[in-house]
Design a protein around this ligand. Structure first.
Ligand code: NAP
Ligand code: GLV
Length: 313
């Protein structure tokens, strides 16, 4: 089995070492520009077009992340880039669901318990008790009920606030009130106090976090975006903060990453910024999952996590 690896800004030697341990029979190499030698599998994160275009030898491309928007972007810009012979397979959880649950739960509890406001009071040396938010109306809405969104929704629900979830097809999840499809979008949003976005970025979901969406939420709602920057209309968020429709936001992803130093979000104290770290790709878990799937594919078996290219996730 021949495997090509490409992951910029990573410790490629460590990845290749772990793959070699998991698949001792494999012939592994880091892809370099100009390498067109045949391979069975490509393991990639944000690969250049040149690596994949015209490679009819590949059986599968393993994306070293949950989101496949970057790699599908190559196909949208230039149809035919992704080899027809190859399935595109994304990571499924590999430790990301727990990280997302930690990140989103932390933000939700910070807003519920008003820690940001207590921090401001502390900076002013003021000892003041704020009225608690009533838990029963502190409704959390989770956009996307896939591998990550489902775990996040259940983790938040454990704290007793009402939790809603929104997906494309109907889902049933214990303890979560679920909504599906565009026809139920407004009902999902109605009166939500914290909106957490875990949708994939597709032609259907781009710009979903906009003025209209914010207007359906409770006045003074909170926004958490851990999916993709392309989901958020940035100017709409700044206006919603100015009007008080949105009280504060926690953002992990941005249209331009790294966020440029002159971006207005840096100046806005009500926006918490993290550098796309809400759920990192963990090497050990990812190598184990990808190696298991490669072995299954070589045996002619089917595997989960295959991306529907038309649907975009
Ligand atoms: P997933 O398993 O594919 O789940 C996607 C969910 O979104 C599904 O519930 C799906 O509905 C729903 N959905 C897709 N299109 C929709 C639409 N048009 N309307 C309504 N619902 C729609 O994805 P995942 O593994 O949970 O990951 C979600 C995203 O998180 C990734 O695509 C990635 O962008 C982001 N992410 C970010 C980080 C980070 O560090 N910031 C890390 C990992 C992932 P169905 O259930 O009906 O299919
Ligand atoms: C990270 O953003 C991922 O999609 O895994």
């Amino acid at each position: 089995m021949k495997i090509l690896f490409y992951m910029p800004h990573s410790d490629a030697a460590a990845w290749l070492h772990d793959f070699a341990r998991a698949l001792p029979e494999a012939d592994l190499r880091e892809w370099q520009p100009g390498d067109t030698e045949p391979a069975d599998f490509a393991v990639v994160w944000r690969p250049p077009r040149e690596m994949l275009a015209g490679r009819e030898d590949l059986r599968a491309i393993f994306n070293l992340g949950a989101g496949v928007d970057a790699i599908l972007g190559l196909e949208h810009e230039q149809p035919g880039t992704l080899p027809r012979s190859a399935q595109l397979i994304r990571l499924e959880d590999t430790g990301m669901a727990l990280q997302m649950a930690e990140y989103v739960t932390h933000a939700v509890l910070r807003y519920l318990r008003r820690f940001d406001e207590y921090q401001t009071l502390q900076s002013e040396r003021r000892w003041e008790v704020l009225d608690p938010h009533p838990r029963e109306t502190f409704t959390v809405g989770v956009l996307g009920l896939g591998v990550l969104g489902t775990h996040v929704a259940q983790a938040v629900a454990a704290f007793g606030m009402p939790v809603r979830g929104y997906s494309r097809s109907a889902r049933q999840i214990d303890g979560i009130t679920t909504f599906a499809g565009e026809a139920q979008f407004d009902a999902f949003l109605d009166g939500v106090k914290v909106l957490a976005n875990l949708l994939p970025h597709t032609p259907d979901t781009g710009d979903v976090l906009n003025t209209r969406t914010f207007s359906k939420l409770a006045k003074g709602a909170y926004l958490i975006n851990v999916a993709r920057g392309g989901h958020l209309v940035e100017q709409d968020l700044l206006e919603a903060l100015a009007s008080g429709q949105i009280a504060a936001a926690t953002l992990d992803v941005f249209r331009e990453e790294p966020l440029p130093p002159d971006h207005p979000f840096w100046q806005e104290s009500r926006i918490t910024i993290t550098p796309h770290i809400s759920a990192l790709t963990l090497r050990e878990e990812s190598v184990a999952q990808v190696a298991r799937k490669m072995t299954a594919l070589m045996r002619g078996e089917t595997v989960s996590g295959v991306v529907d290219i038309e649907r975009g996730y």
